[in-house]
Design a protein around this ligand. Sequence first.
Ligand code: NAI
Ligand code: MG
Length: 356
Amino acid sequence: ARYRIAAIPADGVGAEVVAAGRSVLDALAAGSGGAFSFDWTEFPWGSRYYAETGAMMADDGLDRLKEFDAIYFGAVGWPTVPDHISLWGLRLRVCQGFDQWANVRPVRFLPGVLSPLRAADRAELDWVVVRENSEGEYAGFGGRNFAGRGAGGEVAVQSSVFTETGCERIIRFAFDLARTRERRKVSSVTKSNAQQYGMVLWDEVFRRVAADYPDVETESVLVDAMAAKFVLRPEELSVVVASNLNADILSDLGSALAGSLGLAASANLNPERAWPSMFEPVHGSAPDIAGQGVANPIGAVGSAAMMLDHFGLSEQAGRLNRAIAATTAAGVLPRDLGGRASTAEVTAAIIDALAD
Ligand code: NAI
Ligand code: MG
């Protein structure tokens, strides 16, 4: 099979880690004896494109992307463009435009990586954070200049939107995922004691859906308590499902517990497959290290493995994940993991390990 992939490296280290992921996938294809191959088209969208055109992506961008089997994304954001403009103008436009409502973010311990967790707990780090990716706190609902209210000065309103359908589909997705895992458990996260409308609806839908999955263990945890639980009780978690903002924050905490933000992979899925899904590392454009050739490519390469899974190439995805683990186990570590290997060296080591 031949898979058509749209690459959008975008900003900062995005270009470096997307190049790394592409070379790993091309190496896999080269070794497949013609069983599968990847046909890449690169789009120049991002903050530089914005400086030239006044838009983060082409007007007909979604139309052009919809023909692809998947989108492989780097990271968006650069100090020359306000972050809310770059994020909404590209990444959120694709996610929401293609109704990629399930953002899947695995958190995994890798051998040879120093985790801040207690040694005995490291092996327990094997979770999937499932993030609602279409509404909630990032629904883009609100406005500015609501004059004459509140304590004074300008008043801005930022509302969350929770729909029953939106809650139900992501919660069901989490339960279905839990059934594929050794530990069949779903932990639902809200702040429904303080946010009494949307998050109470979420809790109600969670209880209702849970009744359809009597074989899956459940718990409902408030987000502040869950932050502590991530650190102190990692063995009690398997699938964690949460709203857009809460899961965004918790998954960064999860990747830090695994050792670095640079390790974390993610998939923005349109589970109905009406539109392409998008695969990207969790981290941002890292302007502080961009252009130095030292970015950790593992988050991007792990996202490529998730793309393989999405294509039904699960055996290849497993092979790639084992190659990543073999690389860290051998001590080939980039700077953010305390090592000295460059992006290119880590990538080459992963490609070498594919042969084993
Ligand atoms: P960031 O993830 O870019 O960086 C946070 C810290 O992690 C930095 O110290 C950075 O050097 C380090 N880091 C990140 N990725 C790394 C990698 N692959 N290897 C080694 N170290 C890595 O987050 P920050 O600094 O908050 O945001 C920078 C820009 O990225 C902003 O414009 C922000 O809006 C954007 N951003 C974009 C995201 C996306 O495209 N999905 C997600 C998060 C932030
Ligand atoms: Mg984030």
